[in-house]
Design a protein around this ligand. Sequence first.
Ligand code: GAR
Length: 212
Amino acid sequence: MKTAVLISGRGSNLEALIAAAAEEDFPAEIVLVISNKADAKGLEHAKSAGIATAVLNHKEFEDRESFDAAMSEAIEAAGAEFICMAGFMRLLSDGFVKKWRDRLINIHPSLLPAFKGLHVHERTLEAGVRFTGCTVHFVRPAMDEGPIIVQAVVAVLTDDTSDSLAARILEQEHHIFPQALRLIAEGKVRVSAERVLIEGIKAPDQSLINPT
Ligand code: GAR
């Protein structure tokens, strides 16, 4: 399954996807990485893996719709049929989300639907929750919303700072993002009544909880 990855920064999730895709039996191939920021570190990971990159600076577009249309054009020109948002920090237009419905996934560092949006780890600590985690989900027009594919749970420790918590969550992100992409590329994932059903797995199933 030819896949495009959208990034805005560091690109550690992109790195995890690139590493997974390098495995011989991985059913998805990353054919394009798009960043809305020219200095995104993730672009270097893509280049050193020999993956095509494109920078589309959103500030150079008249509106969100024209920026998103340029992304769609680049994605289609690369032959990609699927999109992963890996730390892509821009809201998408309804038109883009509709066009790529159920072919567009995002990773977010919380157990959605809790703690959508920005400053997630600070708000998680402030709320005093005992567990948090990360979520891979299909994208819908509202931010950080959509059918959940895989989640991983991370305990919040008494002496956690937002950095220490973010680091433990990130480790789990790097497991669940490739896992979700693999399940989809294997054709095992279906969305029914806005819930995700995974072939061969009756949720909740242990293999979908903190997979390693
Ligand atoms: C990740 O923690 C990802 O979950 C988060 O941005 C970080 C990107 O890191 N995404 C969101 O908050 C989306 N709402 P990375 O560039 O190293 O993959």
